[in-house]
Design a protein around this ligand. Structure first.
Ligand code: SAH
Length: 486
């Protein structure tokens, strides 16, 4: 099994930094099922290719197959697993390039964050749906897809094509995104499921899919094939994707400032409103909006009722709420801040900040900051929003955030939303938090106690409401507290 990654972004040998594998060396990595080798067939300043070669040891492979491994009968790997790229290649790629997938690169941090020209080549990959299916899976992500069916026997054309294709992908993407996409999507090309399944498989899918899966038109097929026959896991993954909305891979970003031990949560997500995914398994009236949009509506409603003229979105992520705030004519000043520069870049792109009229762009400011450090730029707004942010902070850093937001910035109103943990039983198959990056999730009592304590300490009055379809016993999926300065 072979996969090559090529870039022409000069100096192309920087690919070695991004992959954390030196172009001059041949490196081997032991896998549960064999050996993965990384080497560079070419490495010049103009063009550099890294190859990942997997050799499967059928004996070792057989030993790794436990009773819990679904869909992994002897016949399957005896047939083609050692030769055809599929889930084993995806697993090896995930493992060998884990740092690169996380977008971490101390030597070339900006490059890790930059979309660069990439060519991916996989000589043999099982793809029973043929070129059209490969296009459906990779095309929406911006890849130019060239999938050529491999004939069963080149000398016997009448036998027709095999279920394998040679897959070439060309595109301009962040290397981390490309690797995460391959990690998730290679096994989905093949109907026989991904064989590597643990209880945290949904979390892994959400993590690898951050930034692209929620918007992928084939996300249902992808989740179903990635998670295999566990229908409940697929359902949970889709419900959580819907809740998170247009998530972006900041969760994979390196901390903005290595020294700032601000608990700056590897951030995760935001919402664009483009998703129409499944909702949590609750009785919903037809046409109910995804939860992330309901959250926006709730926050926008409170802001409109308050008569505010200026709003700051703290932990704005990729700017979905800011985009909606920008349409509110009564708002004279809008700011968004986040610890993740990558999120802010996406927000700026989404808002078309560079092509806005001066009057419009003067109204909107985006800046990078950590919410656990006092910053004069946080002050002077009528309303501050903390939408799905506090649960990303380490509990030990919450007091710093309280001082910074309620103490120092002290806006007239603070709107805080956070998941209601009690509601999580409604997400089939969910055992941990809704998103792997959440440091905690509060039940309604815990949130109310926190809010009451903060309000008393900083001179605010607080009210609560639920957002989303409410359950009599469990409450609503999202809880919202509105603090008004006394
Ligand atoms: N408010 C957005 C994004 C929520 S995700 C929405 O509701 O869609 C949480 C966001 O908080 C991430 O973008 C993350 O980068 C940001 N964040 C986490 N810890 C932070 C900190 N200490 N300072 C500033 N931003 C932080």
């Amino acid at each position: 099994m072979l996969l090559t990654v090529t870039t022409t972004h000069e100096p192309a040998t920087d690919l070695g930094f991004l992959l954390h594998k030196h172009p001059d060396r041949v490196q081997q990595f032991r896998q549960a099922f064999g050996t993965a080798t990384v080497c560079y067939p070419q490495a010049s300043a103009e063009r550099c290719t890294a190859a990942l070669v997997i050799e499967v040891d059928p004996v070792r492979l057989a030993r790794t197959v436990g009773r819990g491994s679904p869909d992994f009968s002897l016949s399957q790997y005896v047939n083609d697993r050692p030769y055809a790229a599929s889930s084993l290649l995806a697993v090896a790629l995930g493992d060998v390039f884990s740092t690169a997938r996380a977008g971490r690169c101390a030597a070339r941090p900006e490059l890790a964050d930059t979309a660069i020209p990439l060519e991916i080549d996989i000589p043999v990959v099982p793809c029973p749906g043929g070129p059209a299916f490969a296009e459906r899976i990779f095309g929406p992500l911006g890849w130019r897809v060239d999938a050529r069916p491999i004939p069963l026997d080149p000398d016997l054309a009448q036998w027709g094509d095999s279920r394998y294709v040679r897959l070439s992908l060309c595109g301009t993407l962040r290397l981390a995104d490309a690797l995460n996409q391959l990690h998730v999507l290679l096994p989905t090309l093949d109907e026989s499921k991904h064989y590597w399944q643990g209880s945290d498989e949904v979390d892994k899918l959400l993590r690898s899919g951050a930034g692209w899966l929620a918007r992928h038109p084939e996300r249902e097929v992808i989740a179903r094939r990635y998670l295999g026959r566990h229908g409940s896991l697929t359902h949970a993954a889709l419900a959580r994707l819907a809740e998170l909305g247009d998530d972006v891979p900041e969760s994979l970003d390196p901390p903005a400032d290595e020294d700032a031990e601000d608990g700056a949560a590897p951030p995760d997500v935001s919402a664009s409103g483009r998703t129409e995914l499944a909702q949590p398994r609750v009785a919903l009236p037809p046409n109910t909006q995804p939860l992330n949009l309901q959250r926006h509506d709730a926050v926008l409603g409170v802001i409109a009722d308050s008569g505010a003229r200026s709003v700051i979105d703290l932990g704005c992520g990729p700017g979905a709420l800011i985009a909606r705030l920008a349409t509110q004519g009564q708002l004279r000043r809008i700011a968004g801040t986040d610890v993740s520069t990558r999120s802010l870049h996406i927000a700026a792109r989404r808002l078309h900040l560079d092509s806005m009229s001066e009057r419009q762009s003067g109204r909107i400011a985006l800046f990078q900051a950590a919410l656990t450090y006092e910053d004069p730029r946080f002050a002077g707004y009528d309303v501050a929003v903390l939408m799905e942010v506090i649960e990303h902070l380490d509990p030990s850093r919450l007091d710093a955030l309280e001082r910074v937001v309620f103490g120092a910035a002290a806006p007239g109103m603070v709107i805080v939303t956070t998941p209601n943990r009690e509601f999580n039983v409604r997400y089939a198959g969910l055992t941990g938090p809704r998103h792997p990056d959440h440091r905690f999730e509060w039940d309604r009592t815990e949130f109310a106690e926190w809010a009451a304590r903060v309000a008393a300490a900083y001179g605010y009055h607080v009210t609560h409401q639920g957002v989303g379809p409410s359950d009599e016993a469990l409450g609503a999926p999202t809880q919202m507290a509105v603090f008004t300065h006394e």
